[in-house]
Ligand binder design. Structure first.
Ligand code: ATP
Ligand code: MG
Length: 430
């Protein structure tokens, strides 16, 4: 009896080769956009001390209270599979002295949260992150938002709504928090269980509730806009005028808070109505207190995280990349195979624009040609006994179903170059 297959872990998934190539193109687009704007890639580990998230994301967040994948280190210390990237990047920046002066970073990779799996909500998911450390002004907030919008444009994602808000500085947030707590305390009977828990620890998070029964109560809550100290109000209006100056539409939403504790002043989200309840594709904000909270000097900073699964679900299928794909059909015995392998090596060496897939495993010509068509190749190259004797290969345009044309082996690179020039498609970045 065959052994029982082992299944993947719930809430995680496999990226199959065709999906992986679409992801890779997205990664390349993001890399080009961010590196071009002066953001350097910071590759930080997936494994960190649990303490890092307790101190940054916050004790009273869903992430720390119920979503972290913890494991025990060799000395009994608690380690965590990172649930988000900002805390790790700040930890690493501090460790390497990259918090002094100004730094722009980006990173990409898997995050882990023990959530209830559903469409657009996984336990291992992936993010692009962009972070700017040491920058205080609204100019960088605007730049980060504009870069996210640019990435969406490049990926063909349309119809997103940008919402922004300010959570003010620590003093005004304290005043607002007290006011909010008093308001919800007065309506304690109408609070759901989650909100009751949040009431004392962090009443701002009640505004983040997804429970429709809470929406009326939340709509009547005090508005943070009335609590902003002059500097934060100015910061917000400068950000608004910067976004307006590049014609980037946005909506002020004074109920937007974000589920992590470290945010201050600017917060923002890009929202979609195409992914059901999972409506945020990119979210971020300013975290002026975080570097200090993690043991560094007071340092302003701001960043965002973009969910790659959600991004890819909204992205229009990218046009084929600017390369030419050829399938090498080999009909015959060992001599043909030798000649085929030699030809494959020669073309891979000489034609940088070429992707060449060599047929392996023999089989009839018709079967091989069928495989060639299915492979996505634009051209088939055919070598059989007849071609071998003639020192040539057959070249066939699979899209046009044209007749096979014999090309001498030494003329092949040139002939393929001409094919490539004819079929060259628009590259992904447009
Ligand atoms: P949500 O409100 O959807 O729970 P969040 O506020 O918890 O999101 P962030 O921590 O801000 O999410 O993460 C930034 C982005 O990462 C989100 O906007 C989303 O696109 C993506 N993301 C977050 N959690 C998940 C998940 N469990 N599965 C897939 N993508 C996720
Ligand atoms: Mg969440």
């Amino acid at each position: 009896m065959p052994a029982k297959p082992i299944q993947s872990v719930r809430g995680v998934w496999d990226l199959k080769p065709d999906e992986a190539s679409a992801w890779r193109r997205a990664e390349e687009a993001v890399r080009a956009t961010l590196e071009g704007a002066g953001y350097g890639e910071f590759r930080v580990p997936v494994l960190e001390h649990a303490e890092l998230y307790r101190r940054s994301v916050g004790e009273h967040t869903d992430i720390v209270q119920k979503e972290m994948y913890n494991l025990e280190g060799s000395k009994g210390q608690m380690l965590t599979l990172r649930p988000e990237a900002t805390a790790g990047i700040v930890r690493a920046a501090l460790e390497h002295g990259l918090h002094r002066g100004r730094h722009r970073f980006w990173c990409a990779g898997p995050m882990f949260r023990r959530e209830r799996p559903q469409r657009g909500r996984l336990r291992q998911f992936h993010q692009f992150d962009a972070e700017a450390i040491g920058y205080a002004g609204p100019d960088i907030d605007a730049e980060l938002i504009a870069l996210a919008a640019r990435i969406f444009r490049e990926m063909g994602v349309e119809g997103l709504v940008l919402e922004i808000n300010s959570l003010g500085g620590p003093d005004c947030r304290r005043a607002y928090r007290q006011n909010l707590r008093a308001y919800f305390q007065d309506h304690f009977e109408s609070l759901d269980a989650d909100s009751r828990l949040r009431l004392n620890a962090n009443p701002l998070r009640i505004l983040d509730s997804r429970n429709p029964e809470m929406s009326g109560l939340i709509a009547g809550a005090p508005d943070i806009a009335e609590f902003l100290e002059p500097e934060s109000a100015e910061h917000l209006s400068a950000l608004e005028s910067l976004l307006a100056s590049i014609g980037l539409p946005y909506r002020r939403n004074s109920r937007l808070v974000r589920g992590l504790d470290y945010y201050s002043r600017t917060v923002f989200e890009f929202l979609t109505d195409r992914l059901g309840a999972q409506n945020a594709v990119c979210a971020g904000g300013r975290y002026d207190g975080l570097v200090e909270q993690l043991g560094g000097p007071p340092t302003p900073a701001v960043g965002w995280a973009m969910g790659i699964e959600r991004l890819m679900e909204l992205a229009s299928p990218p046009p084929p990349p600017g390369r030419t794909r050829v399938y090498l059909v080999l009909i015959g015995g060992l001599a043909v195979q030798q000649s085929g392998l030699r030809l494959a090596e020669k073309l891979r060496n000489e034609c940088a624009f070429l992707d060449l897939e060599m047929h392996c495993g023999g089989g009839r010509a018709a079967t091989q040609m069928r495989r060639a068509s299915r492979s996505g190749a634009q051209y088939a190259l055919i070598v059989g006994e007849r071609e071998l004797a003639a020192g040539a290969a057959g070249l066939k345009d699979l899209r046009r179903q044209s007749e096979q044309e014999d090309v001498p082996l030494e003329a092949l690179p040139q002939a393929l170059e001409e094919c490539a020039a004819r079929t060259r498609t628009i590259p992904f970045h447009g």
